[in-house]
Design a protein around this ligand. Structure first.
Ligand code: FES
Length: 125
């Protein structure tokens, strides 16, 4: 049994910001090539800030904890700040992940960044 930090367990047991924002300003979806798990982020943007962030994750416990943490951290950030958020920052905020679960942290920030790129593309067109 890998060792999970208390923070991972907390976010796994009661994940925050689960769901899908209706009429989202941006949508980002990514899949994990290692295990096939999927993550979808929807965002609401106001005055260049992330007003709301929600996620749906079809994946393991670590992936769920990562999504929950990403959404928590990103809310209220400017788009530029959120683009700088890395998977490493997220794993660190969760007090680390077991070595064989590090790949699960890869999806979180990527899905968020994709949602922001989607928003920016829509703005530009
Ligand atoms: Fe798939 Fe963790 S095992 S994301």
């Amino acid at each position: 049994m890998p060792e999970y930090s208390e923070k991972v367990m907390e976010h796994f047991k009661s994940p925050k910001n689960v769901g899908e924002i209706a009429g989202a300003d941006g949508v980002g979806e990514v899949g994990n090539p290692v295990c096939g798990d999927m993550m979808k982020f929807t965002i609401k943007v106001k005055d260049d800030r992330l007003e709301d962030v929600k996620f749906l994750t079809f994946g393991c416990g670590a992936a769920i904890a990562v999504s929950s943490m990403v959404a928590e951290m990103a809310k209220g950030m400017t788009l530029d700040e959120a683009m700088k958020l890395t998977n490493k920052d997220v794993a660190k905020a969760l007090d680390g992940l077991p070595g064989n679960k590090m790949h699960c942290s890869n999806l979180g920030a990527d899905a968020l960044h994709k949602a922001i790129e989607d928003y920016r593309q829509k703005q530009a067109s």
